[in-house]
Design a protein around this ligand. Structure first.
Ligand code: FO1
Length: 322
């Protein structure tokens, strides 16, 4: 390249991601455009501390999936992991309710010790991602802790993992709160990635507990708003039911319609393209009336190839030339 000329800028794609659904989609997206083009901003509001260790389920799910080591059965944790440490810990702590595998423990030990040394979560996340040979840039939404609390009828607010895993998402959800927002700041690199991306995609994640914490940051919401014309969201609801998890109960409990339309309403003015499954094609007109360009396609990602096809369709709808 001639002196003084700068290298041509490669268009990047930014995604907002929760856990398993997002990770599957990102794997497909990476098959289309390559991991090195991806900036992934991940929810950390369902992080939890177990045995004194910082566990970041969504960050780890994205990293393990892109690193091709995720447990294919659950979508979270590491494939063929063993649970000897958890079994030994039961002697001291009683019966466990959160399944941390031996290999997974290594990640949490490393992260916790680096955080204790004073490293930022974003720094440690980049280190972990590189050790799993992940080439996408995976970032937490913030370096500061934010925690989701769920209130179900008749109970005190409980931390997210306690609601989801320990009490198996039982009960009528009355309230979702995010604690720590006042002391937290959106990760500047995440905001910059959203602003500079040629395409922005909200992955098929739970809008109320995976995406909402990220949108609570004014800087992230503003960046998404200004990227609206080149942004898309994929519905995590198909045929009136969530692809995974208790999103239907959460939406119903909080007075949202449990349908693709209910999800679309949450993303008004943030994305211009809204992607729904063939099973929901009857909503396409109503989605267009909300101001979105509706895209009807196969959103069930049974295989990486199907996830790649979905990603390709989303990019085409955004006129992403690459
Ligand atoms: N989900 C469960 O339903 N049960 C578990 O025991 C469990 C353990 C676990 C360990 C590490 C990890 O990264 C994720 C884990 N998850 C488990 C998934 C996690 O609770 C959810 O996928 C996310 O928090 C939702 O986004």
């Amino acid at each position: 390249m001639a002196h003084g000329q700068s290298a041509p800028k490669i268009a990047r794609i930014a995604a907002l991601a929760g856990g398993v659904g997002a990770a599957k989609f990102l794997r497909g997206l990476a098959l289309c455009v390559g991991q090195q083009r991806l900036d992934v901003v991940v929810n950390t509001a369902d992080d939890e501390e177990f045995y004194g260790l910082r566990v970041c389920p969504d960050l780890d799910t994205v990293i393990y999936t892109l690193g091709a080591v995720a447990n294919p059965r659950t979508g979270w944790g590491i494939a063929r992991d063993t649970f000897a440490t958890l079994g030994a810990l039961a002697r001291f702590y009683g019966r466990p309710w959160f399944a941390l595998g031996d290999r997974d423990f290594a990640t949490h030990l490393f992260r916790t010790s680096r955080l204790r040394e004073g490293a930022a979560l974003s720094e440690v996340t980049a280190e972990i991602a590189s050790k799993f040979a992940v080439r996408a840039r995976v970032m937490p939404m913030s370096d500061e802790p934010v925690r989701t609390f769920i209130t179900v009828r008749g109970s005190a607010p409980m931390p997210f993992q306690e609601y989801l895993v320990r009490s198996r998402a039982r009960g009528r959800v009355e309230r979702i709160e995010f604690h720590g927002l006042k002391r937290a700041r959106a990760l500047p690199a995440a905001v910059a990635a959203l602003k500079n991306a040629a395409a922005v995609i909200i992955a098929p994640s739970n809008p109320l507990v995976s995406v909402a914490p990220m949108l609570e940051f004014g800087a992230i919401k503003a960046a998404l708003r200004s990227a609206c014309e080149r942004a898309a969201a994929i519905s995590p609801i198909v045929a009136g039911r969530p692809v995974k998890g208790p999103l239907d109960r959460m939406m119903r409990g909080l007075g949202h319609e449990v349908s693709v339309l209910g999800v679309a309403r949450l993303y008004r003015k943030l994305v211009s393209v809204f992607v729904i499954d063939h099973a929901d094609r009857r909503y396409a007109q109503a989605i267009a009336e909300l101001g979105f360009k509706p895209v009807v396609t196969d959103t069930i990602m049974r295989t990486p190839l199907r996830a790649a096809r979905l990603a390709e369709t989303v990019l085409r709808a955004l006129n992403f030339g690459g």
